[in-house]
Design a protein around this ligand. Structure first.
Ligand SMILES: C[S@@+](CC[C@H](N)C(=O)[O-])C[C@H]1O[C@@H](n2cnc3c(N)ncnc32)[C@H](O)[C@@H]1O
Length: 280
C-alpha cells in the first residue's frame, strides 16, 4: 500500500452541486480510498483493473458540521497513485451525474470512464455489456462500491456481478433503514427486504424464531451473507461499522471477495483505519 496516499482530500467550492454528509463519512472515504490504493498498487500491470460505482453521487461532498468540501469515493478512486484502467460511474440523478462528469473532466481528463444515469437496480447487465474490452491477454478484476442511502439494493445485482471477478464493498443501511422501518417491512405486501436479502421467504424465517426481535439487523446481515456465499463469496464477511458522534452505529460497510487476497487486503485496510477524523 502506498503509505503516502491520503484519501481525505479537501477541495475548493467549484459552484457545482454538493452532497451534504456527516463528518463520519470520512471513515467511509478512508476505507474505500485505501482499498483502491492497495488493490491497484498490488494488481496493476497483472490484471486490467476496473472501478465501478453504481451510486456515485456528484463527486464532491460538504461536511455538514464544518462546511468543508471533500472529494467523494469516485473521485478519490481516481487519485490513487496507480489509477484503475477503467471507471464505471452511475447515479440515477441527472444533476449528480452532470456534476460528477464535469469534475472528472476537470480533475482527471485522461482517465477512461463510462457514465450512466440509471436505476442501479436495473442497469447492471447493460453496464457490463457496454464496458470496453481490453485487447491484452490479462484477465479483468473489478472493485465495485455500492453506496445507497437505504436497503433499496436488489440482490439480483449481486448475482450479475458474481459472474465476474468482482470484489464488492457495500453499504448496508441496516440501522438507518432496516431497524428504523422494521414494522413497515414486516408487512406482507412490502417487497424491499426480499429484494435486498435475495430471499422471498425471509419473513417466515425471521418469525420462526432463531433471532429475537432486537436482532433484526443481524438477521438481515446474515441472510445477505448466506446468499453471497452461495454465489461463491468467502465468508465470514468483513464488516466495518460507521458510527455518529454519539457512538451509535448508523450503517456497516461490508466487504465481499471470492479470493483470500481480497479479504487480506481489506483486513489490512481495516486495521489501518481508525476513527480519527480530519478537521483541517
Ligand atoms: C449515499 S449517496 C452516494 C455517495 C457517493 N457514493 C459518495 O462517495 O459519497 C447515494 C447516491 O445514490 C443515488 N441513488 C439512490 N438510489 C439510486 C438508485 N436506485 N440507482 C442509482 N442511484 C441511486 C443518489 O442520487 C445519491 O447520489
Amino acid at each position: 500500500m502506498g503509505k503516502k496516499f491520503n484519501p481525505i482530500q479537501f477541495e475548493e467550492n467549484d459552484g457545482l452541486p454538493l452532497m451534504d454528509v456527516g463528518i463520519w463519512a470520512q471513515k467511509k472515504y478512508k476505507l474505500v480510498g485505501k482499498y483502491c490504493d492497495i488493490f491497484t498498487s498490488s494488481m496493476k500491470g497483472k490484471w486490467n483493473l476496473i472501478y465501478m460505482d453504481l451510486f456515485c453521487g456528484p463527486g464532491f461532498v460538504k461536511i455538514r458540521d464544518t462546511g468543508q468540501i471533500m472529494r467523494n469515493a469516485g473521485l478519490i478512486s481516481m487519485s490513487v497513485p496507480k489509477a484503475f484502467d477503467h471507471y464505471i460511474l452511475n447515479d440515477y440523478s441527472p444533476r449528480n451525474m452532470e456534476a460528477m462528469e464535469a469534475r472528472v473532466q476537470r480533475l482527471h481528463p485522461s482517465v477512461s470512464v463510462q457514465y450512466s444515469c440509471k436505476d442501479a437496480n436495473t442497469c447492471i447487465e447493460e453496464i457490463l455489456t457496454s464496458r470496453p474490452r481490453f485487447s491484452n491477454n490479462r484477465g479483468t478484476l473489478t472493485f465495485c462500491f455500492l453506496d445507497p442511502f437505504s436497503l433499496n439494493l436488489d440482490f439480483e445485482t449481486m448475482k450479475v456481478l458474481a459472474r465476474e471477478k468482482v470484489d464488492i464493498l457495500v453499504l448496508h443501511a441496516l440501522k438507518m433503514d432496516g431497524q428504523r422501518n422494521r414494522e413497515i417491512y414486516m408487512q406482507e405486501n412490502h417487497e424491499r427486504l426480499a429484494r435486498f436479502t435475495g430471499n422471498p421467504n425471509w419473513r417466515e424465517k425471521f418469525l420462526a424464531g432463531n433471532y429475537p426481535m432486537h436482532r433484526f439487523c443481524k438477521f438481515l446481515a446474515d441472510e445477505f451473507d448466506v446468499n453471497m456465499k452461495k454465489l461463491g463469496y468467502l465468508t465470514e464477511a468483513m464488516k466495518e461499522p460507521i458510527s455518529i458522534s454519539t457512538g451509535h452505529i448508523i450503517y456497516y460497510l461490508a466487504f465481499y471477495s471470492k479470493h483470500p487476497l481480497g479479504t487480506q487486503f481489506f483486513g489490512k485496510v481495516q486495521r489501518g483505519s481508525n476513527d480519527q477524523l480530519q478537521m483541517f
